[in-house]
Design a protein around this ligand. Structure first.
Ligand code: FES
Length: 82
């Protein structure tokens, strides 16, 4: 990267409400922290959100205005490569 050139930032939102935590949000966060540095070409920021009222569809991951439901960390790489 050339001096003065800015790298884009991509934001990842993970619900850490009670129900999503029960459904695997903690494992999802751990996997995100592991996978992002190796996969993403962007600077990345992971943001933990409160409940967003989709509890039965958790764990939830929101990237670029797309909400991924019932995210299994096994398939995280597929999502991150999009
Ligand atoms: S706890 Fe995650 S949407 Fe409600």
């Amino acid at each position: 990267m050339k001096r003065g050139q800015k790298k884009l930032v991509r934001y990842y939102f993970v619900c850490t409400g009670k129900d999503c935590l029960k459904r695997g949000a903690k494992e999802l966060l751990d996997s995100l922290e592991q996978e992002l540095p190796t996969i993403s070409q962007f600077n990345t920021v992971v943001i933990k959100t409160k409940c967003i009222d989709l509890c039965k569809r958790g764990p939830l991951l929101v990237v670029d205005n797309v909400c991924y439901e019932k995210v299994d960390p096994k398939y995280l790489k597929k999502i991150l490569k999009k």
